[in-house]
Design a protein. Structure first.
Length: 427
């Protein structure tokens, strides 16, 4: 618990274990699943034509992929606490590798959808375990900046993956996309097997600890619930806007899908810049202060977007996306630092905390994406979508105000230590 209380650990300094090569490993394992999801998106119309199915069925290769990511995290996170980071991560990547081969040889769309689901189950191991590894290696005050750094580097590849997928599909056919995914999976698995040490220390794991005991102690912590809700609701802003944005720009504003794609890229750029700024500011400011900065900017952007909508300015994409860039810039501060707070509540259960948070993020995000699409498709103005984003912004702030104690994680950890000591005394 030294990372939370400020006490110097005996194995000092753990931060020195991190290098550029470790950063690249974290980026590779984190990006495996999201890049595999987005690289196939340009080929969805081709899949529908090749297999003679409706585009909504082809879309399931992406939607069920998200479901696989959600359920995988809630299983693999706790397993990494129990068995170690390396074996669970290598097992997940091996499953992703085999599932990619299954995608190559799929003869029907249901077979491809099933293989993609397994691909997500394996690939999500990198997403959940990378956060736990960062918590293993870093003191609490450094976790937020390291998550931001990993996300920033990964986003560059993630933003380019649809372009790469389109080029591959046009030049070599849709199956070539899975050849690339399979090859990259093999390379990442080999590199991690050779270069990644086990970061979970057996001494940090109390005897008799289990998923149920870890989940119980985490979910009964107001601070953990507050940080997780803040992170999940902040990410849901992105999912909601992504679901409704195409309908707003293409249907309501009468613009082309290509123009929507160009405008949407500005949101990704703002999120990337936000993560880089978070890395820069993190050494000089506390985790809670950075969250509140993000929440303030996030609400300001949401309120401006609603104002432009009520005044009629939001019928132009530059007004809509101009203020949405402020929202996504602030989003980076909120998401990375609230995630850091959540996995720092109980460091010896960082995998379980990361898994629970990832499950809720993807599950609730999928619902918000559908809700955003309904708002964009059933109204003639973007105002309902603007209102939804304002509400989510306020809910983010409320989770911090009403659930996270003054003093943040440190105050909460003191309460957890006191409860554990009392329980030990009773035994």
């Amino acid at each position: 618990m030294h990372g939370l209380t400020g006490k110097t650990p005996t194995a000092e300094p753990r931060d020195q274990l991190i290098s550029r090569s470790m950063l690249l490993l974290l980026v590779a394992m984190t990006g495996a699943a999201p890049i595999s999801m987005y690289i196939l998106v340009p080929a969805l119309p081709m899949l529908a034509n090749v297999f003679g199915r409706d585009i909504s069925i082809a879309q399931m290769t992406v939607s069920l992929f998200m479901v696989g990511i959600a359920f995988s995290q809630i299983v693999l996170g706790p397993l990494s606490d129990k068995l170690g980071r390396r074996p669970v991560l290598l097992g997940g990547l091996a499953l992703m590798m085999l599932a990619s081969v299954g995608c190559i040889f799929a003869e029907t769309l249901p077979q491809l959808i099933a293989a993609r689901f397994l691909q997500a189950l394996g690939g999500a191991s990198g997403m959940v375990i990378s956060r736990a590894i960062i918590r293993d290696l870093y003191a609490r005050d450094r976790v937020g900046s390291m998550i931001s750094l990993v996300v920033a580097v990964m986003m560059i590849a993630q933003m380019l993956s649809p372009l790469l997928g389109g080029v591959i599909e046009t030049s070599l056919g849709w199956r070539a996309i899975f050849y690339v995914i399979a090859l990259v999976s093999v390379l990442v698995t080999i590199v991690i097997a050779v270069a990644l040490p086990e970061t979970r220390r057996a001494a940090d794991r109390p005897p008799g600890a289990s998923f149920l005991s870890d989940a119980r102690s985490l979910t009964t912590s107001r601070a953990f619930v507050g940080y997780v809700l803040c992170q999940v609701l902040a990410s849901s802003i992105i999912f909601t806007f992504a679901g409704g944005g195409p309908y707003v720009v293409v249907t309501q504003m009468g613009r082309s899908s290509a123009e929507y794609g160009a405008w949407f890229a500005t949101s990704g750029l703002a999120y990337l810049i936000g993560n880089l700024c978070c890395v820069r500011f993190s050494p000089r400011h506390s985790l809670e202060r950075l969250i509140w900065l993000g929440l303030a900017l996030q609400f300001l952007g949401a309120a401006l977007n609603l104002t432009w909508g009520l005044l009629g300015y939001n019928q132009q994409p530059n007004w809509l996306f101009g203020t949405h860039m402020l929202i996504t810039f602030a989003n980076a501060f909120v998401m990375s630092n609230s995630a850091a707070g959540a996995i720092s509540i109980k460091p010896q259960a960082a995998g379980t905390a990361s898994g629970l948070m990832g499950f809720l993020q993807m599950g609730f995000g999928a619902l918000c994406s559908q809700f955003g699409a309904w708002l964009g498709g059933h109204f003639a103005t973007p105002v309902p979508l603007n209102i939804a984003i304002v509400v989510l912004s306020l809910a983010c702030a409320a989770s911090m105000i009403f659930l996270v104690p003054r003093g943040g994680v440190i105050a909460t950890e003191d309460l957890i230590e006191q409860a554990e000591e009392e329980e030990t005394g009773l035994l």
